[in-house]
Design a protein around this ligand. Sequence first.
Ligand SMILES: O=C(O)CCC(=O)N[C@@H](CCC(=O)O)C(=O)O
Ligand SMILES: [Zn+2]
Length: 350
Amino acid sequence: MSATTHYINDLKQTGDFLTLSRANEWYLAPSEFTLANGTQVNVHDTGVIEFQPQSVSTKDIVLSSAIHGNETAPIEICDELIKQIITGELVLMQRVLFIYGNPQSINIGKRFVEENLNRLFNGHHTVDGIEMNRERERAAKLEGYVSDFFNRGGEDRIRCHYDLHTAIRGSKNDKFAVYPFLHGKPWKKSQLQFLLSCGVNTVLMMKSAATTFSYYSSFVHNADSFTVELGQVKPFGENDMSRFAKTRDTLSALISQNEVSYKDFNANDFELFEVHRSINRTAHNFSFPFSDDAENFTGFSKGELLATDGDLCYYADVEGEAIIFPNADVALGQRALLTVIPLHLTDNII
Ligand SMILES: O=C(O)CCC(=O)N[C@@H](CCC(=O)O)C(=O)O
Ligand SMILES: [Zn+2]
């Protein structure tokens, strides 16, 4: 029996694509098989598995996790869904591509191995004069798998990508999503309704291009795409999965139903923010005046110190300017802090 056949038999029985991916950190030979219910399964690489139902479908859905390896709750959600699909417990009605972004970083329990994968998309993996590393190679491959998945689906289908993360810090709004910059295109109520069903009522509207996975699939493939932050980072075994039941059930319905009904749109159900500014670390001595347990969405009074970057001090310039993703340890040149202010919905939403 060849090694490849051996992994297929195991995978068919257990559905445990997570363990298989973790055992093959950077490469897994492609393979394919068909489930008893007619769903076609294609393993493209380690961490990358596609399911195509036998019935006619309308949506092409990408669900990614482990773009940061220590963000375990989303990995556990996807692990459960993949197992249910392979063992036939969950019957798909839509095409789905699951991605575990960085299996080696799952194994070492770290955000990344050499370089933050979520700063390498949209072509930033390959830059003249910058040496390739495994994360850069992986980002290029992941773009390729997503392109191939959407292109094979065709233009006239609903495309979406939910890139599932957890935040390093606690957050006043425990679950929130980042809506990538749409270059003037309108935001979609239907997507906010979907997020609300996932238990996510807080959304940050970005106002510039990014190097993130969600921006890539939004910009390049016109997918409805989000980075979704599901609470605070915890090691495997320490997640209270009951906190993610709404997310898991909504994702399960999305992939296993023709159409899902959500609660009618009501702007009052949401807390919407726009990015006020992004502060990059440019100096070695970069610091925040607040403690490591200051939560995302903590607001500051106008004039209060937000960050010190070498000789440069940043002060809140509007009342209530709130902090998101503060991280003084990022590489030089990278985003160390986002600040947000409340967004009042105008007519740029359909
Ligand atoms: O909590 C943190 O500091 C980071 C959590 C995280 O990984 N967030 C994503 C957000 C991506 C986006 O802006 O769409 C990231 O920083 O990559
Ligand atoms: Zn993350």
